[in-house]
Design a protein around this ligand. Structure first.
Ligand code: SMG
Ligand code: MG
Length: 355
């Protein structure tokens, strides 16, 4: 039984602005779902951004669909909801956390995790000039991250990749375009083949599976899909079409941990490597992602970095890098406490919904 659901907005300043092909983030304005029951509570984090740049969802819209449809659904007035995967994922995550905390089971154990720590990388935004980018990468490499991902866009691809590769010959390096290349611009991606990249992530728009298949046939660098992979069915289709040979798995993009695990299972059965993506989560979302990334099919380093890569102050005890890995929380549910002081200081609004 659920007594109340809190929709809590928090605002965490980023330690450094994060620029992608679709915009610049300077603070992480996140929406938390807090499910409160008689003898347990649970937390979920909605990964929608402030504006609909990464995908169609945005945080105010996510809160609206939760308030009108998803939370009333928990209270017994269920209606079908199409789309809104990030909103659904946060609600599903909070309910699951509450029930696992009540049973004393960790999320990692519940999902079938097999490792206690996860190899992690760092995603580096567009930083100009190129010398400043190389310095930023150098600092992260010094901290021990196991691979580096560079954000690219048309006009910012060959030169930054060449500069980072020239400085770090053996670094596991990959790039992410967030769908910024039209088919007319995709020719410039051929120039990246000489840099030994681990993968090129989402070069073309989300719905262009055929274009990705064509590109994958032409390049020797593996193509990885992020935004395009909206369900396990689409993952299976994309792999069958040859549109990707690596998959980025994000629970928020997929509507929750259940579908994320299904995508993982598709990847394992098709022999395709997968890795856990990130959406600049607070410690709450990071904890859940680490539990997911403990599954055996997550064979490549995750976009899950230490708390200090994002925030001066996190909502949970900070996740700390140890030998290029983050520990998978082992406590009940997402396995980490939410720090009351930090939560109160960083909260900007609370909406309480009751049955
Ligand atoms: O959480 O470290 C992180 C960010 C990882 O680059 C990252 N995420 O397309 O994969 C992606 C982006 C989406 C968020 S950009 C604001
Ligand atoms: Mg991506």
């Amino acid at each position: 039984m659920i007594e109340a659901v809190e929709l809590r907005r928090v605002s965490l300043p980023l330690v450094t602005p994060f620029r992608t092909s679709f915009g610049t983030e300077t603070t992480r304005d996140a929406l938390l779902v807090h499910v409160i029951g008689p003898d347990s509570e649970g937390w979920g984090e909605c990964v929608a951004m402030s504006s609909p740049g990464y995908s169609a969802e945005y945080v105010d819209g996510a809160q609206d669909v939760m308030r009108r449809y998803l939370v009333p659904g928990l209270f017994g007035a269920a209606q079908p909801v199409r789309g809104h995967p990030m909103a659904r994922a946060a609600v599903e995550g909070a309910v699951l956390d509450a029930s696992l905390r009540a049973r004393g089971t960790s999320l990692a154990a519940h999902l079938g995790g097999v490792r206690e720590a996860v190899d992690v990388g760092v995603s580096v935004g567009i930083v100009r000039p190129v010398e400043a980018l190389v310095d930023a990468v150098s600092a992260y490499v010094g901290q021990g991250y196991r691979r580096v991902k560079l954000k690219i866009e048309p006009g910012w691809d060959r030169v930054p990749v060449a500069a980072v590769r020239a400085r770090f010959a053996d670094l596991m390096l990959q790039v992410d375009a967030n769908g910024a290349y039209g088919r007319d611009k995709a020719g410039t991606l051929d120039a990246l083949d000489e840099f030994g990249l681990a993968l090129i992530e989402q070069p073309l728009p989300e719905d262009d599976l055929a274009g990705h298949a064509e590109l994958a046939g032409r390049l020797s660098t593996p193509i990885c899909l992020d935004e395009s992979i909206t369900s396990a069915r689409v993952a299976d289709l994309a792999i069958a079409l040859g549109a990707c040979s690596v998959v980025n798995i994000k629970p928020g993009r997929l509507g929750g941990l259940v579908e994320a695990k299904r995508v993982h299972d598709v990847c394992v059965s098709r022999g395709v490597p997968a890795w856990c993506g990130g959406m600049l989560e607070t410690g709450i979302g990071r904890a859940a992602n680490l539990a997911l990334a403990a599954l055996p099919g997550f064979t490549l380093p995750a976009d899950l970095s230490a708390s200090d890569r994002y925030f001066h102050r996190d909502l949970t005890p900070p996740f700390v890098l140890a030998d290029g890995r983050l520990a998978v929380p082992a406590g009940p549910g997402i396995g980490v406490p939410v720090l009351e002081d930090a939560l109160h200081e960083l909260t900007t609004s609370v909406e309480v919904l009751r049955p």
